[in-house]
Structures are given as structure tokens and as C-alpha cells.
Design a protein around this ligand. Structure first.
Ligand code: KG4
Ligand code: ZN
Length: 337
């Protein structure tokens, strides 16, 4: 089965074709970052318009390479969670193609796409595993028993990790989205005179809170301004260490709680090299294993949607009388199979 996947939940237009027999993936990705940069964050209306402009030509292009529209057996698109206008663009295109070709279509949960992205690699985990989802919009620990059998163990009560990276980066004068640049700044120094709190680690539980870290950064920045390059690097270093240390502590707790030995990291912040190194060491010490998707499948992309959709479409699931999108959508409400 060849599944065309469309991702348009935020500021990336991702188009992919996944072949369930050959496991081959082709994909196209367009990032709108430059369009939103001057506003310091994603402008929803501009995001929708850009998806409208880019999605159709990208689909045409990938179909030309992959055997034409007639070779497509089904279509998967991101139905939520995400920006409502952006989601509607992808959903409308996907349903239009489905209607024209008379082929099944299925709305996929964006976070399920992220969760299953490590499965796109050759060396992928067996079920069950604990997944740490860390993106610009979400931070959660999930008990993944099988496809569609998800139990949320803990979530962020306020800012997502990526959001905390981006807000702190902005305070340090870095352009949106500052996460990767803050990480690069942090890696310029091997130590810091500052120490940020590890929020919510001194009491039991698997919830997170990251908004206080940005305030801690603001206080230091105000106290030490004007900042020279070394000070900026040391603040970034202390911030990154606090975030990664907090995630390490909570991941260890989630593994203890479930008794699992496999940990999967998904979402854009999974590209962070310090996080990768710290979690790899921790899992080695515990005698378990950590799995990361390839960097191209960490941040938003069409391949993860094509893949998650293909699993469900292959099992006979498809949208029936579905006309809406779901900007808020619980991962736990998904059907298993
Ligand atoms: O999963 P994603 O592409 O989009 C959402 O669904 O949100 O994640 C984007 C987030 C942004 O906040 C970005 O700053 C952050 O991931 N990010 C990073 C790194 N690469 C991307 N944060 C820290 N270190 C990185 N290397
Ligand atoms: Zn995402």
C-alpha cells in the first residue's frame, strides 16, 4: 500500500509517500520559519496561507517522482492537535484527493506521528516503551504499550520544553525559533557560574513545569546586563543543563514506574545533542536502551504522518463522515487495533 502523508499542523509543510511493502519513504519538507521570524513566533494566519501556497506544488512534485497520483492507495493527513487554519488546509487537500481518486483517507494524531517516528529507522524499538515527547507545543511522558495503546504518565503544566528553549533564547537576543541556537551557544562553554532550578524534581510525580526557568533566566540577564559573549554562553549552558537534567530525572522515574527498559525520544527537542548524550549514558547505566528518530524525523515532517496513517489504514481504519479538524485532541482517545 502506498500512502500519501500531509503534515500542516504548524509552520512546516511536510509531504511524504510511504510504501508499506518496500518500506520506502520519499519526502518533501518546507519550513516557514523565515516568514514568521520577524514576528518572533508563528503567526497562525500566515501559516495557513503559506500551506495553501506550498502544499499543492509539493504534492505534484513528489507524485511526479513516485509514480503519479494513480499509484497512491490512500491518504493520511494531520487532523490535530495544531493550529486550526493550518490543519484545515492539509485536511481539505487530503480529502479533496481522496474524493477525486475514490481512495480512503485518514486523519492522524500529530503526536502519534512523533511517537512512532523512531519506527522509520532500521534499528527501531520493540513495544512496550516509554516515550518522551518534547516539541514546541508539547512535553509529555507516554506509556506506549502498542500502536494506539497510549497512557499519558505526565505532562507539562505550563510551557513545553521547546517553548521554554525558544523564550529563553529570545531573552538572549536569538532569533525565532531559538532552541537550536541556544543549544549551540550552550555548547560553547563547558561550565557555568550559574545554576538553574530543576523544576518539580524534589517531589514525586511525572508532571513538568518549565515557565519558571525562563523567569530565572530573565532575572540573571537583568542582573548581569550588558552581557558579554561568555556570560550569554554560561546562561545558555546553565539553562540547557537544568532542562536536560530535569528530563533525565523524570525519564528515570517513568522507567521505574513502568518497569520498561526502552526509552524513545520524539519531537523537535529530541534533536538536542546534550539531551541525546545524557539519556544515552543513563540508559547504558540502567542496562536499557534509548532510541532517537533520525534528526529529519524529529522535527515536524510528512513521513511520520504517512507512516502512522499507513499502519491504521492497513488495518482498515479510515475517516467516515469526518469534516472537522481537532486543534485539541487527546492522545489517549485514539482507537487501538
Ligand atoms: O516537533 P517540532 O518540530 O514542532 C512542534 O510540533 O512543536 O519542535 C520544534 C521545537 C522548537 O521549539 C525548537 O526550538 C525545538 O523544537 N528544537 C530544539 C532543538 N532543535 C529544535 N530545542 C533544543 N535544542 C535543539 N537542538
Ligand atoms: Zn510536532
Amino acid at each position: 500500500m502506498k500512502v500519501l502523508g500531509l503534515e500542516s499542523s504548524c509552520d512546516e509543510t511536510g509531504i511524504a509517500i510511504f510504501d508499506t511493502e518496500s518500506k520506502e519513504i520519499s519526502q518533501r519538507l518546507y519550513s516557514q520559519i523565515e516568514r514568521h521570524q520577524e514576528y518572533g513566533g508563528v503567526v497562525p494566519e500566515l501559516a495557513s496561507r503559506d500551506h495553501v501556497a506550498k502544499a499543492a506544488p509539493m504534492i505534484q512534485d513528489i507524485l511526479q517522482e513516485c509514480g503519479g497520483v494513480e499509484s497512491i492507495d490512500a491518504i493520511a493527513y494531520t487532523r490535530g492537535p495544531g493550529l486550526i487554519g493550518a490543519l484545515m488546509v492539509g485536511a481539505s487537500i487530503a480529502r479533496g484527493i481522496s474524493w477525486a481518486l475514490d481512495k480512503p483517507v485518514l486523519g492522524v494524531h500529530h503526536m502519534e506521528g512523533h511517537l512512532l517516528a523512531p519506527m522509520l529507522g532500521d534499528d527501531h524499538p520493540e513495544y512496550p516503551f516509554v516515550a518522551l515527547l518534547v516539541s514546541g507545543g508539547h512535553t509529555m511522558l507516554v506509556d506506549v504499550q502498542a500502536v494506539g495503546k497510549y497512557r499519558i504518565l505526565g505532562e507539562s503544566l505550563d510551557d513545553a520544553v521547546g517553548e521554554a528553549f525558544d523564550k529563553t533564547a529570545k531573552l538572549l537576543g536569538l532569533p525565532y525559533p531559538g532552541g537550536p541556537q541556544l543549544a549551540a551557544l550552550a555548547d560553547q562553554t563547558s561550565q557555568s557560574r550559574f545554576r538553574f532550578p530543576r523544576p518539580m524534581t524534589n517531589r514525586p510525580g511525572l508532571e513538568f513545569s518549565f515557565s519558571g526557568l525562563k523567569t530565572a533566566a530573565l532575572n540573571i540577564i537583568q542582573q548581569y546586563s550588558p552581557l558579554d559573549d561568555l556570560l550569554r554562553a554560561e546562561i545558555a549552558h546553565a539553562f540547557q543543563h537544568a532542562v536536560v537534567d530535569t528530563l533525565r530525572i523524570k525519564c528515570a522515574r517513568a522507567l521505574d514506574h513502568t518497569g520498561y527498559s526502552r526509552l524513545v525520544i520524539a519531537g523537535g527537542v529530541g534533536a538536542n545533542q546534550h539531551l541525546r548524550a545524557v539519556l544515552t549514558t543513563m540508559l547504558e547505566q540502567r542496562g536499557g536502551r534509548v532510541y532517537f528518530p533520525a534528526i529529519e524525523y524529529c522535527t515536524d515532517n510528512g513521513a511520520m504522518i504517512a507512516y502512522a496513517g499507513a499502519l491504521r489504514l492497513n488495518a482498515g481504519q479510515a475517516d467516515e463522515n469526518v469534516y472537522d479538524v481537532l486543534p485539541r485532541w487527546s492522545l489517549e482517545s485514539l482507537p487501538g487495533f
